[in-house]
Design a protein around this ligand. Structure first.
Ligand code: HMG
Ligand code: MG
Length: 306
């Protein structure tokens, strides 16, 4: 197996993780999580989303969180922006508080697109196009998240052709890189590889990341399956936080701690200090009143306790 020597991780916990929390989490705690993640060596962090606070109240403090972060050089901070209103809100702050990258988010499933962003796939691309153009014009990078690339809570299994179709549309409007997301964590290795293959018809391997939720406990094997294809960018949440408010029953992203343990165990560099990462996961879990949802974290903390 010829695996990548290095992997770039994007911690999406402050956004994908916390967006699903019913209890309000203070902006100060979110900022504290971002600081701990960057101290642990994460160089990409998805901080928040500029979506409607009526739809996702937890992200209503987006500007406050972006304002409160003490930025570390070399770290890329990204935010979700579904439309021009969200993009304009993301750049309403002074230049040094702008995101380094914005994320437009579409779905390979029509039904999910409607539930999540209240429009069809075609309409979503029409809404994203001016956002992408405006971001690029301002020197902000653009990523495209593609939800439900193997399965959808409403439509069931998703054919790779639908993934290829969406990837082509994203490419056509100028999106620079894309996330192949298993939103509800139903994927298994061959299905994930088929979704990746369909995406590779439009984006180079360096411009594709894997975003796996762990609902069925398949996220790590799916990561390995994508690694085998040369994919070396992955998204995960510290402490395995999260889920998606519009994907009922879907649990959190794969825990960053578990992915880092897997990668380091295979001799793949991440630049992340696993011990510090575990402490970041404990910090946010304590704020939420629960244990980190990470097996590696649990095992290492048990060992630490002697
Ligand atoms: P809409 O209702 O169709 O939008 O929502 P609209 O343009 O008709 O506007 C309706 C109201 O929303 C108006 O306010 C707008 O001003 C306001 P009103 O006049 O009623 O007071 N509005 C906004 N407010 C703040 N920020 C905005 C914004 N846009 C409109 N950007 C919209 C469309 C997309 C806004 C809505 O459906 C929404 O916010 N959805 C939330 C979607 C979301 O955050 N989902 C979770 C993230 S995606 C995810 O988790 C998947 C991912 O992790 C990958 C994976 O795992 O698959 C990325
Ligand atoms: Mg997600």
């Amino acid at each position: 197996m010829n695996l990548p020597a290095q992997v770039q991780l994007i911690d999406v916990g402050p956004r994908d993780g916390l967006q699903n929390e019913k209890q309000p989490v203070a902006a100060e705690i979110k900022i504290g999580l971002v600081h701990r993640l960057q101290d642990a060596g994460l160089t990409e962090i998805e901080v928040t989303s500029f979506v409607s606070p009526k739809w996702v109240p937890q992200m209503g403090d987006n500007a406050e969180v972006m304002h409160g972060i003490a930025r570390k050089s070399g770290v890329r901070y990204s935010v979700l922006t579904p439309n021009m209103k969200g993009f304009e809100a993301a750049i309403a702050a002074p230049r040094d508080e702008w995101p380094d990258e914005i994320v437009v988010f579409g779905a390979a499933s029509e039904a999910f697109s409607q539930k999540n962003i209240n429009c069809s796939i075609a309409e979503s691309i029409e809404r994203f196009a001016p956002v992408v153009a405006a971001a690029l014009e301002k020197g902000i990078a653009v990523r495209g998240a593609m939800s439900c690339t193997v399965g959808c809570p409403y439509e069931g299994e998703i054919a790779p052709e639908k993934v290829g179709y969406l990837a082509g549309l994203m490419k056509g409007i100028g999106v620079q890189r894309v996330d192949v997301a298993d939103t509800i964590g139903v994927g298994t290795p061959r299905k994930v590889q088929a979704a990746m293959e369909a995406t590779l018809a439009h984006f180079g391997v360096d411009a594709i990341s894997g975003h796996f939720h762990d609902t069925y406990g398949q996220a790590l094997v799916n990561t390995l399956a994508a690694l085998e294809m040369g994919v070396w960018n992955y998204q995960s949440s510290s402490a395995g936080l999260g889920g998606c408010p519009y994907a009922k029953g879907a649990t959190g992203n794969v825990a960053t701690e578990d992915v880092v343990y897997l990668l380091h165990g295979m001799g793949i560099a991440t630049g992340i200090d696993l011990d510090k990462l575990i402490d970041a996961g404990v910090y946010i879990s304590q704020a939420l009143g629960r244990e980190p949802n990470s097996r590696a974290s649990k095992a290492i903390r048990t060992k630490r306790a002697g």
